[in-house]
Design a protein around this ligand. Structure first.
Ligand code: NDG
Length: 389
């Protein structure tokens, strides 16, 4: 929402951000009372990683005197405008995955997200300001990383994503609500970008002519996957659609990727969207908003590790067109992300949360650098895929 407790969001971000966290920290205790917590509230800690929702870790003291944790989130309803359907999707797929985990003797509380319901049995709570909140059990003994720390992480998260896609491969895609229609329709993202250019809402077009040109000259790439989907050559599957490296929880003891989280965008999509987005965010030597482009390189080693893991668990479910386009998908999803970041910069930073000046532009340049690297390495990337398919 533009309006936070009477303060306009865009006036002074830092001031507003701090005010919001103070306000929320104060209110967390009241808010979580509406959920089926197993214990007494101790504290809530802000968790600043996503670009969309606000996340907190809640600690309670349970009856045995032990600390139990929960993930508590304010859903950004400006983007996810039907929280009821969104949460229904999440409930359906986590139940589906949970059953599979249980059948194999695993622990669903560790291997997928589990919704904590409200006292009246609902999947979310709407507060007096119309803010929407939801809660999950915290997955203990595992963590997420903003950046890959060792190549093994890539192999293991690749395996985890492949497994996730496989677990959902028998879930009927038509049973899922299309939370964000055309989310990865890169051609449509390109059209929106052209509109942002024409509108020039923030008056920034002249500042970024080179970046704009880079994107405009790659129009053809933006249509490849969507055309193959429309022709029926690429199958519509249940996919995650936001497989950033930090959306896979890694076991602290074994480094295995144990659970895929942030399930807001799980809906019909292409397997390639998930593979490509993992490469964009994982097979890189820097964070997504690293400003010093000399530090931003696409890593062939990490690409290989992930591809090896992913094909090990999902390889046999993919068709020829999917396998043929794996390497390309890494490039096109990175290009799509550059389009989105630069588009948001041109619109005046209205979609992604930003925490510094030109944040979206910095992110866009970072993604463009990766696209360039991938273009230079495309043949070797295809060779790697061929080695493991
Ligand atoms: C957010 C976006 C994701 C994007 C990522 C970039 C939504 C719902 O930020 O698409 O790739 O870091 O727009 N999620 O997670």
């Amino acid at each position: 929402p533009e309006q936070w407790y009477g303060v306009t969001y865009r006036e002074d971000r830092d001031f507003v951000k701090n005010a919001i966290s103070r306000m929320k920290a104060y209110r967390l205790k009241e808010l979580v009372k509406h959920f089926q917590l197993e214990g007494k509230f101790l504290k809530g800690i802000g968790h600043n990683s996503g670009h969309i929702n606000d996340t907190f870790v809640i600690e309670v003291l349970n009856l045995e005197g032990r600390i139990k944790r929960y993930i508590f989130q304010r859903i950004n309803t400006k983007i996810f405008n039907n929280p009821e359907k969104l949460m229904e999707n999440i409930e359906k797929i986590t139940t589906h995955i949970g059953k599979k985990v249980e059948a194999l003797g695993g622990d669903p509380l560790r291997e997928t997200l589990t919704i904590v319901k409200t006292l009246d049995g609902k999947n979310f709570y709407v507060d007096e300001d119309n803010e929407v909140w939801r809660m999950y059990h915290y997955i203990e003994g595992a963590k997420t990383y903003m950046k890959v720390e060792k190549p093994e992480h890539m192999y293991k998260t690749g395996k985890a994503l492949g497994k996730f896609q496989k677990q959902l491969s028998d879930f009927p895609v038509e049973d899922l609500y299309d939370t964000l229609p055309n989310f990865h329709n890169t051609a449509m993202r390109f059209e929106n970008f052209k509109r942002a250019l024409e509108n020039n809402r923030a008056g920034r077009v002249d500042l970024v002519r080179d970046e704009i040109q880079f994107i405009l000259s790659r129009e053809k790439d933006t249509r490849v996957l969507i055309d193959l989907l429309e022709k029926g050559k690429l199958p519509l599957r249940v996919t995650h659609n936001d497989t950033k490296f930090n959306n896979i929880m890694i076991d602290e003891a074994t480094d295995e990727g144990i659970a895929v989280i942030d399930l807001d965008t799980v809906m019909g999509g292409l397997s390639l969207y998930d593979f490509g987005d993992s490469m964009r965010s994982g097979a890189t030597t820097a964070l997504e908003d690293e400003e010093d482009l000399s530090k931003v390189n696409f890593s062939m080693e990490l690409f290989e590790e992930y591809t090896r893991g992913f094909l090990e668990t999902a390889g046999d479910t993919l068709n020829k067109e999917e396998l043929d386009h794996l390497a390309f998908s890494a490039k096109v999803i990175t290009l799509e992300q550059a389009i989105r970041f630069l588009g948001d910069y041109l619109d005046g930073d209205i979609y992604y949360k930003i925490s510094k000046e030109n944040h979206n532009l910095i992110r866009a340049r970072n993604q463009i650098k990766l696209v360039k690297d991938m273009e230079a390495n495309m043949e070797s990337m295809k060779d790697i895929v061929n080695k493991y398919r």
